[in-house]
Design a protein around this ligand. Structure first.
Ligand code: C2E
Ligand code: MG
Ligand code: MG
Length: 704
């Protein structure tokens, strides 16, 4: 036995009404290695036998006896059974041959013929049939696939410069078959002017072989004059030397996905911009005005963090529904993502109407949301802008509404604000500040000032807190004016890293005249405690400056512990393991709970200066400070009081045995050269300590 079975002989049906000729042909076929599955002498007999035996090919005499001739029989066999037919003819008239042609024969043979001719005709016919079948199958597959995907197809012959667009390609844009020609302009001429260059560039890059395939998302004009979003993909065919001669692909309508938010099904930014553009145009025509409102649902991030994204999504969906119920049918409610909704309010000719709309929204959104069995109360901030003739672009209006919303947020819980031009100028100032800040670090405009920390019992200097300053040309800027912006523009981490390095470098040089070592406290923002590079960074800085880690303390705020407590816990433990100390800054102002304090490796509590400032003024504060001191002592922590401004505060803290303190009573934060001077001479506050004299806090401003 061989492993490969010999090819099966091709099976042929012979239709010939002259018996002698039929026998002759059958003999030849057998000699040529074919199998004769039968012979027929009339049309109906031929159809019946073909049906039963399903031959690979039929040899068909054109002129047959009876009603049905060979042409007719061949048409039925080919059409019904898909079997190829070769016509045999001795002397057919023109008309008969014409009819035969219509049945798409796979060959003609003029009788008599030689065996060799018969062989080649049969082989060619079988080959052509196989090829055609394959092609048909793949075409069918192709059209099935594309019908399923609902795509339009295009096929661009780069030599003839003609493009075939499938009927679906045209109907997608609302055109009938003949309404679109075959030139590239029929396509590119309809692409949105803002998108066209990009699409042409992408095609060119693929044709030049720079990309594996062509792909672009763009807007294209439909028959009604509106733009639809499509995703277009294509692949080039190349000749031997890589030159593209053809590129073909598909076009999918993605308008819905592109312009609606998948979670709420509301229009997204793209569609909203389009609507605002229309509204602006109408406004210019009929002098009516409209409003834009930005609504931020404040609680979404917290909900996502604590109850999970499913609940947060549920909250958003419900909020979306409520917002829609608050506005009229002509208005547009868009969902820009996460917790931002933006509304186009058609009837808002003045601030009063806008304010009414805002308070309605506010009322509806402040009722509890019931999501997944939980009641959630959301804080909403709303910013509104009323369209004026100054607005030229939808983007500007939306931006103004956002500025007003930010202002509302600054005003505390659940407020709304209506935009006025002053807000724009402060927003512009903020933008300028952002870009100045980005440059400030590179151009060395930041400084570190150092505020002395003393032992309250003795007045002895124990260390400094490093506080950042920004020398912005002539003006000295304080953290409250720029830290929040630095945080939102991502420069806070690099800025703090610089402060850390700079203050450690300074500290490594500074000693008291008696040689006692001083410590340095550096503030790090919550984001720094979740930065995976922090430990390596600390290690680098200590190594580079040679500072003993015991002389470095890091200040952390309560909010940092809340943010991502697992990750922060690990970082703090690593910091402790390096022998660096940890201070809890502004203690008492956050949401600190005792469980936090117990759990995290904190060495000291810094009593916030708001408490210290009220000492002696408010009985309640005295009790709070007492409680904090007791708490710290019970947890074996040191206590540092911030913001000591007068001797009464000092005495009260001393009486509580609070260990350390800082404040204007001793000194403001000072530039490094002033620290040099401080360390060289006797400490100015010491004499007052020793004599117990009352000292007014110095009013001199911090020197640059
Ligand atoms: P903080 O860490 O609580 O720093 C103490 C602040 O209180 C400093 O303000 C200091 O100058 C001020 N202060 C000290 N004594 C008195 C006083 O007797 N009376 C009054 N009214 N204020 C006093 P500063 O320098 O404006 O810093 C404010 C805050 O900025 C700091 O509060 C700290 O949270 C933050 N900060 C400063 N530098 C950095 C830094 O490099 N990174 C981070 N994350 N925050 C920093
Ligand atoms: Mg601090
Ligand atoms: Mg503080």
């Amino acid at each position: 036995m061989t492993d490969t079975a010999p090819a099966k002989p091709r099976r042929i049906l012979v239709v010939e009404d002259e018996t002698i000729v039929s026998m002759d042909i059958q003999n030849s076929l057998r000699l040529l290695g074919y199998e004769v599955v039968g012979a027929a002498t009339s049309g109906p007999e031929a159809i019946g036998k073909a049906d039963r035996t399903m031959p690979d090919l039929v040899l068909m005499d054109i002129i047959l006896k009876g009603e049905m001739d060979g042409v007719e029989a061949a048409r039925t066999i080919h059409a019904r059974l898909g079997i190829p037919v070769i016509f045999l003819t001795a002397c057919a008239d023109e008309k008969t041959l014409e009819r035969a042609k219509v049945t798409e024969p796979f060959g003609y043979m003029i009788k008599p013929f030689e065996e060799r001719e018969l062989h080649s005709h049969i082989e060619i016919a079988l080959y052509r049939h196989r090829m055609e079948k394959k092609l048909r199958e793949s075409e069918e597959r192709y059209s099935l696939a594309t019908q399923g995907a609902n795509d339009g197809l295009w096929d661009w012959n780069l030599r003839s410069k003609e493009i075939y667009f499938s009927p679906r390609w045209k109907s997608m844009l609302g055109y009938r078959d003949l309404e679109i020609g075959v030139s590239p302009l029929d396509w590119f001429g309809r692409i949105h002017p803002a998108d066209r260059e990009q699409v042409e560039k992408n095609v060119a890059r693929h044709l030049q072989g720079e990309t594996g395939h062509f792909e672009s998302e763009y807007r294209i004009l439909d028959a009604k004059g509106a733009y639809r979003w499509v995703l277009c993909r294509g692949l080039a065919s190349r000749d031997g030397d890589g030159k593209a001669h053809r590129i073909a692909g598909s076009q999918t309508d993605i308008t819905d996905r592109k312009v609606y938010n998948p979670l709420t099904g509301l229009p997204n930014r793209l569609l909203f911009l389009d609507r605002v553009e229309h509204a602006l145009r109408r406004t210019r025509d009929n002098a009516r005005s409209f409003g834009i409102a930005v609504v931020e649902i404040g609680e979404v991030k917290t909900v996502a963090g604590s109850l999970g994204h499913v609940v947060a999504d549920g909250l958003i969906v419900q909020a979306a529904r409520r917002i829609q119920e608050c506005v009229s049918a002509e208005d547009t409610v868009a969902h820009f993502g996460n917790d931002d909704f933006v509304l186009l309010i058609e009837e808002a000719s003045d601030g009063k109407q806008a304010a009414l709309a805002a308070s309605r929204l506010h009322r509806e959104l402040s009722r509890a949301f019931l999501v997944d069995g939980q009641s959630i109360y959301a804080t909403t901030h709303i910013g509104i802008t009323v369209c004026t003739r100054d607005h030229l672009h939808p983007d500007e209006m939306i931006r103004d509404a956002y500025v007003a919303m930010q202002r509302a947020k600054g005003g505390g819980k659940g407020r709304f604000e209506i935009f006025d031009a002053k807000m724009r100028s402060s927003a512009v100032a903020r933008l300028k500040m952002e870009s100045d800040l980005r440059r400030a670090l590179e151009s060395g405009q930041f400084r570190v000032h150092y505020q002395p920390i003393t032992e309250l019992k003795t007045g002895r200097l124990v260390g400094f807190e490093a506080l950042v300053r920004w020398q912005r040309s002539e003006e000295m800027m304080f953290p409250k004016d720029f830290l929040a912006i630095a945080e939102s523009t991502d420069i806070l981490l690099p800025l703090e890293s610089w402060v850390l390095r700079e203050s450690c470098r300074q500290m490594a040089r500074w000693r008291l005249p008696g040689g006692e070592e001083l410590t340095i406290n550096v503030n790090l923002c919550p984001g720094h405690y979740t930065d995976p590079n922090l430990i390596r960074e600390l290690d680098d800085v200590l190594r580079a400056t040679g500072l003993n880690p015991r002389r470095l303390s890091l200040e952390i705020t309560e909010s940092a512990l809340m943010e991502n407590s697992e990750a922060v816990f690990r970082t703090l433990s690593d910091i402790k393991a390096m022998n660096i100390r940890l201070h809890m800054d502004d203690f008492g102002t956050g949401y600190s709970s005792l469980s936090y304090l117990n759990r995290f490796p904190i060495d000291s509590l810094k009593i916030d200066r708001s408490f210290v400032g009220n000492l002696g003024l408010c009985e309640e504060t005295w009790k709070i400070v007492q409680a904090i001191v007791n708490l710290g002592r019970n947890l074996d922590m040191e206590l540092i009081a911030e913001g000591i401004e007068n001797v009464m505060q000092l005495r009260m803290l001393q009486s509580l045995h609070c260990h350390f303190g800082q404040g204007y009573y001793f000194s403001k934060a000072m530039a490094p050269r002033d620290v040099d001077a401080l360390l060289a001479g006797p400490l100015p506050w010491m004499v007052l300590f020793e004599t117990g004299a009352v000292r007014a806090f110095p009013r001199a401003a911090e020197a640059g």
